[in-house]
Design a protein around this ligand. Structure first.
Ligand code: C2E
Ligand code: CA
Ligand code: CA
Length: 595
């Protein structure tokens, strides 16, 4: 090759090199500016973008956002590629490491964990991480979710805690109970239902703020009494429920003794001491029930039983309560059915003048001949009807049938007589009871002297104001009043004597043993004397034997009633006997018949 040719080629090479160098510089510049541009874009978003080596987990790249979130600079992390791991909350480190181990190539997954910022604050992070197998990198985008995490924690707190007392609420308690019961073989435990007695009165009279303060103090004392083996909750209102990890009788009774001691100290709010008691109901796992709902329900039932027995006490649930509830519901449905189909039928038991042995009147007694269930006694249905309020409907039936009876008997019997109706507390406490009774008699054109009302002491004493007003209205309207089951109550007789009562009916329990028990015969004589001094009549109910009959006649009892004379009988029997002039009570002396 010629020299000139070589020189030319060398020149070409140099030129090419210069071009390449120039292009290289340009390309590098371009690359640098592109990576700066990328850096500017990535660096300015508030999520951390990063990648780490799949083998060593050391940081290869990270954008600026890491500085704002961790409080360290990006350079700190690049200088120490293990720094990011060191900042993970110790409780979450294992979870994060195992997460990387399970991350399959080609997919991205999310994980949430906590880190410590440079100032020690805890921060919640959410990372979506992609496993790039080809580059042997884990690539991630991480954001700060502390705020939303706290919010959801707050929501969770509100959903599960009672903000007033800071105790777990009903939902949390149930959850806890379910978790407990889901264990493979849960050990026995007890559930205590605590309800403050008469708390409503405090709220009503002192205001809700005082009420709230008391609830807070109750919660504080309960918390003080509880340890890790208990789970305590406010179920709502003034009800607290807790479970005890043991159902040992001794442990339980000790704990309950402490509970009742806890309530003995006054609750002092604004320097006013409040004395508050509580009613407690206990159910046990597994004896009483095996599921959460029933355990709670049974503890609640037992608590109500404690209330019914006079409050400030503890009652253990037992299955007889369950039976009592079933019985109640069954009788209730029978009552409703019978009211609808008009099965109730009033019977009448004669009341006889002890001296003349003539008919004075009748006590009306309700009967329920049910076509399917058979004959249901008043002792069964009256107590249920008094509780659920159906006694008001039954009372209507009594009045209607009693009036029908009076009108029919009047056609066959010329002498004066009365029909006594039994009136329950619920009826008496209806504000318009007396007025409505009188106006009903008016519509039926019946003289009020044909009607007598029998009331028990407790019906009168339950609400003395209303009762006394009703009695005066009845008396003014011409209706007589008898005090039923007399001698069994503990009311002040001095008070009762001021009421317009015309008759005392001595309770059957005294008559039963009047010939055998001296004290009973003395009581009967004393009541009789007292009544006469006060201008009242005396009736003895439940006279079953001739001896009783003779004793009562000798001791100036005015009126007698009982199986010895006659059982309660139907209207038809009485009318038939009256119309055929057949005696229907023994020992009958005279009967005045209308012609
Ligand atoms: P009470 O008012 O004390 O009625 C007297 C009860 O004694 C009646 O029972 C009557 O049948 C029964 N009796 C009468 N004489 C004798 C006797 O010689 N021996 C025995 N062993 N018992 C006798 P009954 O009819 O079962 O009524 C029970 C209770 O049910 C009544 O007690 C009353 O409190 C209530 N009751 C009955 N009917 C009505 C009603 O129409 N309305 C209301 N509110 N309560 C009623
Ligand atoms: Ca009665
Ligand atoms: Ca009675």
């Amino acid at each position: 090759m010629e020299t000139s040719e070589v020189a030319h080629l060398t020149q070409l090479l140099c030129d090419a090199q210069a071009v390449i160098k120039h292009q290289n510089t340009e390309l590098t510049g371009l690359l640098e500016s592109k990576s700066q541009e990328l850096e500017d874009i990535l660096g300015n978003i508030d999520q951390i973008i990063w990648y780490i080596d799949t083998q060593t987990l050391s940081l290869q790249y990270v954008n600026n956002a890491i500085g704002a979130i961790f409080g360290f600079t990006k350079e700190d992390f690049l200088a120490n590629p293990a720094l990011w791991q060191q900042r993970i909350h110790p409780d979450d480190r294992l979870a994060v490491r195992s997460f990387f181990k399970t991350l399959r190539p080609g997919v991205s997954q999310e994980i949430q964990f906590r880190i410590h910022r440079v100032n020690g604050e805890i921060c919640w992070l959410n990372s979506r991480i992609y496993h790039n197998e080809k580059l042997e990198l884990f690539v991630g985008i991480t954001s700060d979710i502390t705020q939303s995490k706290l919010q959801s924690e707050e929501i969770a707190f509100l959903a599960y805690f009672d903000p007033l007392t800071m105790l777990a609420n009903r939902a949390k308690f149930k959850l806890q109970l379910h978790t407990r019961l889901e264990q493979p073989s849960p050990s026995p435990f007890a559930l205590i239902y605590i309800d403050l007695d008469d708390f409503k009165n405090i709220n009503d009279t002192m205001g809700h703020e005082i009420g709230d303060q008391i609830l807070i103090e109750v919660a504080r004392r309960l918390r003080e009494l509880s340890d890790n083996d208990h789970f305590l909750s406010r179920f709502g209102g003034d009800e607290f429920v807790m479970f005890l990890n043991s159902a040992q009788p001794l442990y339980l009774s000790n704990f309950c003794a402490q509970l009742s001691l806890m309530f003995q100290a006054p609750f002092t709010i604004n320097e006013i001491p409040f004395f508050i008691s509580s009613s407690l109901g206990i159910s046990m796992y597994p004896e009483d029930a095996r599921n959460a709902e029933d355990l709670i329900k049974h503890a609640d039932t037992a608590m109500h039983e404690a209330k019914k027995n006079g409050k400030n006490q503890l009652v253990y649930y037992h299955s007889s309560m369950q039976r009592a509830i079933h019985h109640f519901l069954h009788v209730e449905s029978l009552i409703r059915d019978s009211l609808k189909h008009d099965y109730f039928e009033l019977y009448f038991q004669p009341l006889v003048n002890a001296i003349s042995l003539t008919l004075q009147g009748f006590e009306s007694l309700m009967r329920l001949p049910h076509p399917i269930e058979g004959f249901i006694t008043p002792d069964t249905f009256i107590s249920v009807a008094e509780k659920n309020g159906d006694i008001l409907h039954i009372g209507q039936k009594v009045l209607t049938q009693a009036c029908d009876f009076i009108l029919t008997v009047q056609e066959h019997y010329a002498d004066p007589f009365f029909v006594a109706i039994n009136v329950s507390a619920k009826q008496l406490h209806q504000v318009n009871f007396a007025h409505e009774l009188l106006s009903y008699l008016k519509t039926r054109k019946i003289d009020p002297s044909f009607l007598k009302v029998e009331l028990t002491e407790s019906a009168v004493m339950d609400n003395i104001d209303i009762a006394s007003r009703q009695l005066h209205t009845l008396k003014a309207g011409g209706i007589q009043i008898a005090l039923d089951d007399f001698g069994t109550g503990y009311s002040s007789f001095a008070y009762l004597a001021q009421l317009p009562i015309s008759t005392l009916k001595i309770d059957k329990s005294f008559i039963d043993s009047v010939c055998e028990v001296d004290s009973h015969s003395h009581i009967v004589i004393a009541i009789s004397n007292l009544a006469h001094v006060l201008g009242m009549n005396v009736t003895a109910e439940g006279v079953e034997t001739e001896d009783q009959f003779n004793f009562l006649v000798e001791n100036r009892i005015d009126t007698l009633q009982g199986y010895f004379l006659s059982k309660p009988i139907t209207k038809e029997t009485i009318i038939q006997n009256l119309s055929t002039r057949t005696s229907f009570f023994v020992p009958e002396k005279t009967l005045a018949y209308s012609i």
